[in-house]
Design a protein around this ligand. Structure first.
Ligand SMILES: Cc1cc2nc3c(=O)[nH]c(=O)nc-3n(C[C@H](O)[C@H](O)[C@H](O)COP(=O)(O)OP(=O)(O)OC[C@H]3O[C@@H](n4cnc5c(N)ncnc54)[C@H](O)[C@@H]3O)c2cc1C
Length: 409
């Protein structure tokens, strides 16, 4: 049997490993726009010049050198014939398979504002080609405007500060990292970026651009009428699943243009699966890998439901300050909030009906597996007669008859 995998990112590579292991006689054909395999989480290191593509390659087991793997690289799929399970680039049929995995990730969103869509010096940051374009343009741009203060925007800011650029970050939300952290934890990063010279405009929208008439943006105008001068713009306002090649074909998409999947990560056409950002269930690396793994099990005949829709896990590290957030970031009405902090640490626990609904750890971030389990399974910690901060594995473990430890809740 041949497994056709579209994409060569986190989800795809995880799937390849499982298929090769589970089905020793099967073949894998990968078709990808990328010509290299690399971690998108490390793209800022390519902008700053600290690493090249090989330096951010996340494969350490030579999986793509396996004789049963064929990798067709540098090809953008423009159509999937879901019935024939064949992918095309224009009129050229690239490859076919008995099973197909759509693992095409996502693309940066370009807001329809001013000349952002057409300017020669406005870039998203999603692919290694974006990092290279940003690094090349950085030679001629002293000032950079970054739209969006989420993880991707701050990655770009971090790299461009390393290159000595003057950075201005414009963000609609009232805080940086608004979907990852609460205001207190985000402020710790903002302060560190400001100490390196970055300027933040929070709660502000970009409404227009100024240009030089030759295709280059020279400034971005905010909704307060102020224009930020710049020689380059980095847009980091979100992503959209890379599924344009499926429009109008036999594979149904959700409203947000993700591949519609069931709990086996199967798409609506038989024999076709999706994993990672293309499936729209989450937008983070570890979940893409897990989905790739699970999809591959289902493609190779092991029935394995994807029940881990616990997507809200973030780890962040800038300037040596690590943070981790799990589940809810800000409380709802009726929640109890417990905070512990000292000079080096900030920890916030949100309890909902006595069970952890979210936690933020900044500084010391150990124990995430434990908290993740409690949050996912809504395990009450208010009935143990001790501070929730003192709760540990020992409070929940039982021992099986055979001596193995197990969760006793
Ligand atoms: C700058 C940046 C920083 C990030 N930081 C973090 C972080 O710190 N922590 C975290 O958990 N996550 C982070 N992420 C998110 C994480 O990288 C993604 O969730 C993850 O890469 C998704 O994996 P994927 O396999 O679904 O897609 P991708 O890794 O995007 O891979 C998609 C693959 O599909 C190929 N492809 C796309 N369209 C086509 C097509 N039409 N034809 C052929 N091939 C195609 C691409 O070339 C690529 O090989 C970051 C992302 C970016 C961009």
């Amino acid at each position: 049997m041949t497994h056709l995998i579209i994409g060569a990112g986190a989800a795809a590579i995880s799937a390849v490993r499982i298929i090769l292991r589970e089905k020793p006689d099967d073949r894998v054909v990968i078709v990808s726009q990328d010509e290299e395999v690399y971690s998108r989480c490390m793209l800022h290191r390519v902008i700053s010049g600290e690493r090249d593509a090989a330096g951010i390659n996340f494969i350490n087991d030579g999986v793509l050198n396996n004789k049963r793997v064929q990798w067709i690289k540098g090809k953008t799929v423009t159509r999937l014939d879901a019935g024939a399970k064949t992918v095309y680039a224009g009129d050229e049929a690239l490859a076919s398979g008995d099973r197909v995995l759509i693992a095409t990730g996502a693309n940066s969103v370009t807001p329809p504002i001013g000349e952002l869509k057409t300017a020669k010096n406005a870039f998203g940051l999603r692919h290694i080609t974006d990092s290279r374009s940003i690094a090349a343009r950085a030679h001629d741009a002293k000032e950079v405007a970054i739209i969006g203060a989420g993880l991707v925007g701050l990655d770009a800011a971090y790299a461009l500060l390393e290159l000595g650029k003057k950075i201005t970050i414009i963000e609609m939300a009232p805080t940086a990292l608004a979907i990852n952290l609460d205001a207190r934890a985000a402020a710790a990063y903002q302060e560190r970026f400001e100490a390196k010279g970055a300027v933040f405009h929070l709660g502000r929208k970009v409404v227009n651009t100024r240009g030089d008439g030759k295709g280059f943006i020279t400034g971005v105008e905010m909704d307060n009428g102020v224009t930020v001068p710049c020689g380059m713009v980095v847009m980091a306002v979100g992503v959209r699943p890379a599924t344009a090649f499926l429009e109008g074909g036999g594979v149904e998409l959700t409203e947000r243009k993700a591949v519609k999947v069931d709990d086996r990560l199967a798409a609506t056409a038989p024999g076709i699966y999706a994993a990672g950002d293309a499936a729209g269930l989450s937008g983070i690396w570890p979940n893409a890998q897990k989905q790739g793994t699970l999809a591959a099990y289902n493609m190779t005949g092991t029935d394995w439901p994807y029940d881990d829709r616990f997507a809200l896990k973030n780890t962040i590290n800038f300037f040596g300050l690590p943070s981790l957030s799990l589940g809810a970031i800000n409380p709802q009405e009726g929640d109890q909030v417990l905070i512990r902090e000292d000079r080096n640490n900030y920890q916030k626990l949100i309890l909902r009906a006595g069970a952890p609904a979210g936690i933020i750890l900044q500084g010391e971030i150990g124990g995430s597996g434990f908290w993740q389990y409690l949050i996912k399974n809504k395990i009450r910690v208010d009935t143990l007669g001790k501070s929730p901060w003192k709760v540990s594995y020992a409070d929940f473990y039982g021992v099986e008859n055979n001596g193995e430890y197990k969760w006793a809740v």
